[in-house]
Design a protein around this ligand. Structure first.
Ligand code: PMP
Length: 409
């Protein structure tokens, strides 16, 4: 089914028509970062051409205008993820920053010696290290939900891990390496029945799935702009109002206060209390433009089309001798990781690059997951709505050709 005209959509993304190594670019590294539509690029040019001013500070016209636009961007994000209030949306520099924020602020107040934090075996390093560091500082314990070989969480083990000592669960919505979509709504309900809050790493879900934080009942939800067609250096931390009100400060500085004196300073309310210093103003504005862009296409249409690409690629790749797909969960987003027996992923990645195909190779910042499968890494293709079946055909042929070349040596 063609739900939208992919060739027309591709024209919105100027980079997709460039050549790489004298071949038309095939960009299958959307899990690392997505390309930007002209609408987002134009917003950045407009910002620096006629809008640039600092926000929340000036009485002058430009400052007020750009403050309004930045605050409207916050409302766009709020609506996009179904948050109840706009002050539950905090601009950060990305998913990693959002997770470090909670590990620091929540950790400072709520985590003590002997307490436990629960993550899973499929987490990105950005959703492991902040918790590991916190546990080391506080003498707390990091607990890990194991996965099955198909790349799904062991839900029985998850339930067994939760106890009175569990202070927080930090879990990815979609695995960046396997593509697995985790049952976060169910996991949150189980956690809440024991009064445990849950942080969801949404870096890989926001580009592919319609997310409603109230429906999920997530306490914290994090994502990055650059993975959802927006600029780099901007991200979001959603936090439920009741949690944000209880959290201590994270970074402090200009913009976070009501009054400052050397004896005592008074802080502003959320979100300003949590947004120290001049933010990535053009990034926030660009994020709203990117979300508007995907909402015109429709996230359900995007998901349907991307699933078709995933199914097509899975079929094509499965037919290749000695190729093994890593991650065969029932529910997957459009991410496909694989290994070829006897061939290092890096070698394959380099030969694909020579043919103009951009994939990610290596451990994808998920070394514990690689340890589970006892592999050094995978080749990962991650598809966007601007990719096509024709590109997947070229990709599959290029893999076969590359394997032959390596085996000839
Ligand atoms: N979590 C997941 C699941 C990711 O895929 C990524 C990015 N690869 C991150 C966290 C970190 O995102 P960022 O680098 O934008 O902070």
């Amino acid at each position: 089914i063609i739900l939208f005209d992919v060739h027309k959509i591709r024209k919105d993304f100027p980079i997709l028509s460039r050549m790489v190594n004298n071949k038309p670019l095939i960009y299958f590294d959307n899990g690392a970062t997505t390309q930007k539509p002209q609408q987002v690029i134009d917003a950045l040019i407009k910002y620096y051409t006629v809008q640039n001013a600092n926000i929340h500070r000036g009485v002058h016209r430009m400052s007020q205008d750009v403050t309004d636009e930045y605050e409207n961007a916050r409302i766009t994000v709020q609506k996009h993820i179904g948050a109840k209030q706009e002050h539950e949306i905090i601009f950060t520099s990305g998913t990693t920053d959002s997770i470090n924020f909670i590990a620091t602020a929540f950790g400072k107040k709520y985590v003590n010696a002997g307490d436990e934090i629960v993550v899973s075996e499929m987490e990105h390093h950005s959703n492991i290290l902040p918790w590991q560091q916190l546990c080391e500082e506080k003498n707390a314990v990091l607990k890990v939900i194991p996965i099955t070989d198909s790349g799904e969480l062991c839900m029985d083990e998850y339930k067994k891990l939760l106890s009175a000592k569990t202070k927080l669960i930090a879990i990815t919505h979609v695995s960046n390496t396997l593509g697995t979509v985790n049952p976060v709504k169910e996991m949150i309900a189980i956690a809440h029945s024991k009064n445990i809050p849950v942080l969801v790493d949404g870096a890989q879900s926001i580009p592919h799935i319609k997310v409603d934080v109230q429906d999920l009942d997530a306490d914290f939800y994090c994502f990055s702009g650059h993975k959802v067609y927006a600029p780099t250096g901007v991200g979001i931390l959603y936090g439920k109002e009741e949690w944000l009100n209880k959290l201590p400060n994270y970074q402090v500085g200009g913009g976070t206060i009501k009054t400052v004196s050397f004896d005592k300073s008074e802080y502003a309310e959320s979100p300003l209390r949590f947004e120290a210093g001049t933010p990535n103003i053009e990034g926030g504005i660009g994020l709203a433009v990117a979300l508007d862009y995907i909402n015109v296409l429709g996230l359900e249409n995007i998901a349907t089309y991307e699933h078709e690409l995933l199914g097509y690629a899975t079929e094509k790749l499965s037919a290749i001798d000695n190729l093994r797909i890593i991650g065969t969960a029932k529910e997957k987003a459009s991410v496909i990781s694989f290994v070829v027996d006897g061939i290092h992923p890096l070698d394959l990645g380099m030969l694909l690059d020579a043919q103009g195909i951009a994939v990610r190779t290596g451990h994808h910042c998920t070394q514990p997951l690689m340890a589970h499968y006892q592999i050094p890494g995978t080749v990962r293709a991650s598809f966007s709505f601007y990719n096509t079946k024709e590109e997947i055909d070229v990709f599959a042929n290029a893999i076969v050709k590359s394997i032959k070349r390596i085996n000839q040596k």
